[in-house]
Each structure stands twice: as structure tokens, then as C-alpha cells.
Design a binder for this molecule. Structure first.
Ligand SMILES: N[C@@H](CCC(=O)N[C@@H](CS)C(=O)NCC(=O)O)C(=O)O
Length: 205
């Protein structure tokens, strides 16, 4: 498999999951501005939507949308337990979290990367994000991970988007359980390996 990624973006989530599962994969860096890939491909040919993450399977099929990719990966190694079994209530609970992270936190945060956004809009978005973070923090007051006492794919995704908050002047220490959670996930060996690999990957023009 090949994971098309850009450092410090949402593609970190499937990258972490690949490493947590111990699956063999190739990491292909994408320049999100030029849409050129380290393997010479035009990224639009890989994902016509033009954004990471994209996973290319060994048979050539491409899977996009982080929330779908991480579930696909978890199901390749169900014995590792990164996602509850399909067609169970717990699996739908996982999907509820993944959808919350993608629609409410990830999509809620994305416009804040745009320097041209007026300050008033940024303030509104920041306020909404803080409400969403407070909700996640409340769940983590009670348990170490989103689904209980074991790490799963939703944790890889939440950790990924939490890393952006500093840039938006949102201090996770406002929610101690969230700040501890970020440290807890960041200390995992596969997470550290994913971050190190992304930092070490050569830039693509
Ligand atoms: N709906 C997509 C959104 C992916 C996304 O927002 N990717 C960003 C990085 S976090 C990106 O590559 N943006 C570049 C662009 O839109 O040109 C998902 O959840 O996977």
C-alpha cells in the first residue's frame, strides 16, 4: 500500500494507524500547493479531489477520506482491536466519533489556516471549536481513550487535529483531560515514529 500524505495535515491519522497495525506501506509525500508527488505523479491523478490523505491499495484502487481509510485499515488486522467489529453498536459509536471529528473539528478548523479570513470570522470559528473540544474533553474526563480503555482509530484522528490548536491560539490546557490525552497519545511509539518519518521526508517541489 502507498499512503499519500503531507506533513502536519490530517493524513497523519491514517499514517499513525498503519504503524499501530504494523502493516507494510510506502509513504509518498505530496506538495499540497503544486499537487506534485514524491513519486513523480500529479496528485490529481491519484485523488481528483486534490487533498490528502489518499491510500493506494496493492491492486491499484485508491481510497480517500480519512475516516473511511482508517476503518478500512483497522479491518485488515481486526485482532489488533483499533475498531470494534462491523455491524455492532460499538462500531457505530466509533463512526459517531469519526464523523464528529471530521465534520465538527477538522472541517471547523480548516478555514483558520487561511490567513485571509477576517478576524471576526476567525473569532466565531474559534468559539465553535472550543465548544466541540469541551465536548471531547468531557468524554475524556471519564476514560483514557474515546471508546474506553483502549487506543483506536478515532484517537489517531483526534490527536491529529488537536496538534493544530496551538496555531489557532487555542490552549489545550483549558481542558486538562484533553491536554493529558494529547501527551498520552503522543508518547506512543508508532505515533512518535510517524511524526519522525514525516519530519524526515524530503520536500517535494
Ligand atoms: N474530507 C477530507 C478532507 C481532507 C483535507 O482537508 N485535507 C487537507 C489537509 S488536512 C488538504 O490536503 N488540503 C489541501 C487542499 O484542499 O488543497 C478527509 O476527511 O479526508
Amino acid at each position: 500500500m502507498k499512503l499519500y500524505f503531507a506533513p502536519d495535515t490530517c493524513s497523519l491519522s491514517p499514517h499513525i494507524v498503519l504503524r499501530e497495525l504494523g502493516l507494510p506501506f510506502e509513504l509518498i509525500r505530496v506538495n499540497n500547493r503544486s499537487k506534485r508527488c514524491a513519486d513523480g505523479n500529479d496528485f490529481y491523478r491519484i485523488n481528483p479531489k486534490g487533498y490528502v490523505a489518499a491510500l493506494q491499495l496493492d491492486d491499484g484502487r485508491i481510497l480517500t477520506e480519512g475516516a473511511a481509510i482508517v476503518q478500512y485499515l483497522a479491518d485488515l488486522r481486526p485482532e489488533i482491536g483499533l475498531a470494534p467489529a462491523c455491524a455492532t453498536f460499538e462500531r457505530v459509536r466509533l463512526q459517531e466519533w469519526l464523523n464528529f471529528i471530521t465534520a465538527e473539528i477538522h472541517a471547523g478548523a480548516s478555514p483558520l489556516f487561511n490567513d485571509a479570513l477576517p478576524v471576526e470570522a476567525k473569532t466565531l470559528l474559534r468559539g465553535k471549536l472550543r465548544q466541540r473540544l469541551a465536548f471531547a474533553a468531557q468524554a475524556l474526563d471519564e476514560q483514557d481513550f474515546l471508546l474506553g480503555n483502549r487506543f483506536g482509530v478515532a484517537d489517531a484522528y483526534l490527536f491529529t487535529v488537536l496538534r493544530w490548536m496551538e496555531r489557532f491560539a487555542i490552549d489545550l490546557n483549558d481542558w486538562p483531560s484533553l491536554a493529558r490525552y494529547r501527551l498520552r497519545i503522543g508518547a506512543r511509539e508508532p505515533v512518535r515514529a510517524a511524526l519522525a518519518a514525516e519530519a524526515a521526508s524530503p520536500e517535494v517541489k
